[in-house]
Design a protein around this ligand. Structure first.
Ligand code: NAI
Length: 334
């Protein structure tokens, strides 16, 4: 993967094309000579070709193994399966890594948390059926191997990055089998990492604890649905969804995308904040071992926040395109 240059780009729907354009322009200003292989998926593709994920998307990802993806709208109802869930399952991208870091001093300062969300199982397998016209069953799938690999990722990350503590989030008091197994595996695995503190917290209490004092946590590991909800909660602690990046990582393929969605309320208005996707792109550059380039972007971004050059969602007045030009200016002057 080192210094690979071909990258699949899925601009996505809503604000997707605006933020993807901003991020690719910023990276291009670093002259890494990356080639962006653009393919379309989601609502835009459905309207153009009748398919949510055309074959060309799979072909491109299979070839490049790395993708940068804008948010995608999955039509609600009508039997459509989420594009995001489909891609994560197709490539077994079992780790959803979501770093939550304060960029500006908000209600809380110095937040630096990492969420490991299990990305292929749980309630997101989309197995629902009508038992009768007034009753629906939704299946939550939990496997021993699925639990083990995501919890192990969290511990290994903690060791590699000098983190102190892993917090496992669950609801084993109610879901004694499904969440009970997750907890039991976490407890057993923790014995192999004696230098990392381990604790488990029930998900509802976890929400309150995060709001009261987020700095008591370090690395968090959770099943799919809890991890999804906790990431949006944590985004709220650091100023909103506009700043939280993410990566979906499997054994040989990785897709980098922001935590936020298509933001239909601001789409096409040049208001979207590209920071979350830009930080996802930094994670991608680090994955490809372009460490210097990623560092240059992070330094320029820190300067934007120090000088309060912010988009509207963070209380500033920069448009998406102003943000892009200002970032490129800072990068050129470092
Ligand atoms: P959302 O994340 O799109 O928006 C929630 C709020 O945050 C809105 O007020 C929006 O304006 C704001 N926001 C989000 N990103 C922003 C950014 N970069 N800059 C400034 N403001 C930003 O969540 P919502 O409304 O629940 O979902 C909209 C659509 O996105 C749905 O169709 C959903 O399925 C899809 N979605 C897609 C995801 C993906 O492709 N990974 C993830 C989450 C949702």
């Amino acid at each position: 993967m080192k210094n690979q240059t071909n990258i699949t780009v899925i601009p996505g729907d809503g604000i997707g094309p605006e933020i993807v354009s901003s991020v690719t322009q910023i990276i291009d200003s670093l002259d890494l000579k990356l080639t962006w292989d653009y393919v379309t998926a989601g609502k835009t593709s459905l309207e153009d070709s009748g398919e949510l994920i055309p074959q060309i998307v799979y072909h491109s990802i299979n070839q490049n193994k790395i993708a940068l993806k804008g948010p995608i709208e999955t039509p609600i109802g009508k039997g459509f399966r989420s594009v995001n869930v489909s891609l994560r399952q197709q490539y077994d991208l079992y780790t959803n890594l979501r770093p939550i870091r304060s960029l500006k001093n908000d209600r809380y300062s110095n937040i630096d948390l990492i969420i490991f969300r299990e990305n292929t199982e749980g309630l997101y397998i989309g197995l629902e059926k009508n038992i009768d016209k007034d009753t629906v069953h939704a299946t939550k799938l939990v496997t021993r191997s699925g639990c083990k690999r995501i919890i192990k990722e969290a511990f290994d990350f903690a060791v590699k990055h000098n983190r102190k503590k892993v917090t496992l989030v669950h609801k084993a008091n109610i879901l004694k089998l499904a969440d009970g197994m997750f907890l039991e595996i976490g407890r057993a695995l923790s014995k192999e990492y004696p230098d990392i503190e381990f604790e488990d917290v029930i998900v509802d209490n976890m929400c309150m604890q995060l709001v009261l004092d987020p700095n008591q946590f370090d690395v968090i590991v959770a099943q799919n649905l809890y991890g999804d909800i906790l990431s949006d909660l944590c985004a709220g602690l650091v100023g909103g969804l506009g700043t939280v990046p993410g990566a979906n990582i499997g054994t040989d393929i990785a897709i980098f995308e922001a935590v936020h969605g298509t933001a239909p309320d601001i789409a096409g208005k040049n208001l979207a904040n590209p920071t979350a996707l830009l930080l996802s792109a930094c994670m991608m550059l680090e994955h490809l071992e372009y460490f210097e380039a990623s560092n240059d972007i992070r330094k320029a971004l820190d300067k934007m926040f120090q000088e309060k050059l912010l988009t509207k969602d963070l209380g500033g007045n920069l448009s998406t395109s102003d943000f892009t030009s200002q970032m490129i200016g800072f990068i050129k002057n470092t």
